[in-house]
Design a protein around this ligand. Structure first.
Ligand SMILES: [Ca+2]
Length: 308
C-alpha cells in the first residue's frame, strides 16, 4: 500500500513537472525573437491629430504640416513652444509642393534612448530629399540629410542597435551608406554593410512596375506561396494608359533568425503614376507595400499590396 501511494506521488510529480516544462516551452516560443511584437512603421496620417511624445518628457507633442507658398514645413508644438523643422535647414526650405510626391513622416527610436527620431522623406524641386531629426533637449536638430531616394532601418526592433541605410536607385549599390546613432552622434558603418538584404528582389520588382508593358512570365523574385490575387496587381496596372516612375522607398526589418539576420523586411515603394494621354499635370502617387522574406539563402517577395 505504502509503495502504491509513493508511486502515485511520483506520477503526480512527473505530470506537474511535464506541465510546467510544456508551459515554459510555450512561453519561450512565443517570446522568442520570431514572435517579438511587430511595430509597423507607417507614415503618419496628418488627417488625424498627430500626437506623440517627441521629446521624452512623457508629455505628448503635436506635429503638424504647414503648407506655405510652394513649400511644405513641419512644426512641432511642445509645451506651448513651436519648433519649425525648416529652421534647421540651410535655405530654410524642407520640401517643395508636389501633389504626387508629398513628404511622409516616420517616427522611430533609432538611437535607443526612448526619444524617437523623426524621419521625413519627400521631394524638393522634383528631386528626392530625406531628413532625420533628433531632440537634443533644446531643439530638434538635423542629424542627417540625403538626396538618395531609398532609405531604411535594419535591426529595427531586435536586440542590436538599429542601422540607417540610404541608397540612390539610379546609382545602385555603390551609393550605399549606413550609420548608427550612438548618443545622438553618427557612427558611419558603411564599410561593414556592403549590401542591403532583399534589395536585389525589390530592385527587380521596381523594374517590373516601371517597364511600359506586361511580362508574360514574372521573374523569380516571388515566393511560391504568394497570394495570386495580390500578384494580379501586376497585370492590373493598365500600362496602355499609365506609366509608372519610381520615386522613393522606405524599408525596415521586423523578423530575425537566431543568427540575427533579418528574415522579413517590409518595403514601401512610391511611384509617380502618369496618365499617358492626359494633360501634363495628370499625375498621382501610387504606393505599393511589399513584404520580402528569407527563403533558403535568398530573399523573395511574399506579399504585394496597394497602399490605400
Ligand atoms: Ca514631449
Amino acid at each position: 500500500m505504502k509503495i502504491l501511494i509513493l508511486k502515485k506521488k511520483i506520477i503526480i510529480n512527473i505530470i506537474v513537472i511535464t506541465c510546467l516544462l510544456f508551459l515554459f516551452l510555450v512561453v519561450f516560443y512565443l517570446t522568442s525573437s520570431k514572435f517579438t511584437s511587430i511595430q509597423t512603421i507607417y507614415p503618419l496620417n496628418f488627417s488625424k491629430d498627430i500626437q506623440y511624445d517627441l521629446t521624452g518628457d512623457g508629455v505628448k507633442d503635436t506635429i503638424e504640416t504647414i503648407d506655405g507658398q510652394n513649400q511644405i514645413d513641419f512644426n512641432i508644438k511642445s509645451l506651448d513652444k513651436d519648433y519649425y523643422l525648416s529652421k534647421q535647414i540651410n535655405n530654410k526650405i524642407l520640401f517643395t509642393i508636389n501633389n504626387h510626391w508629398s513628404p511622409k513622416v516616420f517616427i522611430h527610436d533609432i538611437s535607443r534612448d526612448s526619444i524617437p527620431e523623426i524621419i521625413i522623406q519627400g521631394s524638393k524641386n522634383n528631386k528626392s530629399v530625406n531628413y532625420i531629426f533628433s531632440w537634443d533637449k533644446k531643439k530638434f536638430s538635423l542629424i542627417s540629410s540625403t538626396n538618395k531616394n531609398i532609405l531604411g532601418i535594419l535591426d529595427c526592433k531586435n536586440t542590436k542597435t538599429p542601422q540607417c541605410y540610404s541608397i540612390s536607385s539610379s546609382e545602385g549599390i555603390s551609393s550605399l551608406n549606413s550609420f548608427m546613432l550612438i548618443n545622438d552622434n553618427i557612427l558611419d558603418t558603411t564599410s561593414e554593410n556592403p549590401t542591403v538584404p532583399s534589395l536585389d528582389s525589390v530592385t527587380s520588382f521596381i523594374n517590373l512596375i516601371e517597364i511600359p508593358y506586361n511580362l508574360d512570365e514574372t521573374p523569380d523574385i516571388f515566393t511560391t506561396s504568394i497570394n495570386s490575387d495580390e500578384l494580379s496587381l501586376l497585370w492590373n496596372l493598365d500600362k496602355d494608359n499609365f506609366s509608372y516612375t519610381f520615386q522613393n522607398a522606405f524599408f525596415y526589418d521586423y523578423e530575425w533568425n537566431n543568427s540575427g539576420e533579418p528574415t522579413a523586411i517590409k518595403w514601401r515603394l512610391s511611384f509617380e503614376k502618369n496618365k499617358l494621354k492626359g494633360s501634363i499635370n495628370d499625375k498621382s502617387e501610387f504606393v505599393i507595400l511589399v513584404d520580402v522574406v528569407k527563403s533558403n539563402s535568398s530573399y523573395k517577395i511574399s506579399s504585394i499590396q496597394k497602399s490605400k
